[in-house]
Ligand binder design. Structure first.
Ligand SMILES: [Zn+2]
Length: 138
């Protein structure tokens, strides 16, 4: 897998998805393949602080296309001091996101899914830093 911020310019800062978040993404790939589900579609991964601020400003101005909730001030989409971000958003259907998101929170230690939040952010998955796990399928 080679995911480098596909639709979040600029990527020239070298930021990239963290190893544990990659493992989470790979778990989703395996889970969906084993269960005959559509593969995950990346909507968004890393964002610069400026990009995150722009998304907040867009939200506040009513430009909310592609957004489910107001982007947070402190987001795992923003690269840390090592240039790693710890979150990704997926573009699959709400039905798919609910099915896969529920499986993630039940089976992947430490993983978070925005579908459990209030307000819900169905496309959002993250793996807070410092958590590693061994991929295993149910
Ligand atoms: Zn997100």
């Amino acid at each position: 897998m080679n995911i480098i911020c596909p639709n979040n310019p600029p990527i020239s800062d070298g930021s990239n998805l963290s190893p544990s978040a990659r493992q989470l993404y790979q778990w989703i790939e395996l889970y969906t393949a084993q269960n005959g589900l559509e593969q995950p579609k990346i909507l968004s991964i890393c964002r610069s602080k400026a990009h995150q601020k722009q998304l907040q400003d867009d939200w506040d101005a009513g430009k909310r296309e592609g957004l489910r909730v107001r982007p947070a001030d402190n987001s795992y989409h923003i690269p840390d001091k090592f240039g790693l971000c710890h979150a990704f958003d997926l573009a699959n259907s709400d039905k798919w996101l609910r099915m896969v998101g529920s499986a993630v929170v039940q089976n992947v230690p430490g993983a978070r899914w925005g579908g459990t939040w209030i307000p819900q952010d169905l496309p959002h998955f993250d793996m807070p830093p410092g958590i590693m796990f061994t991929i295993r399928l149910v």
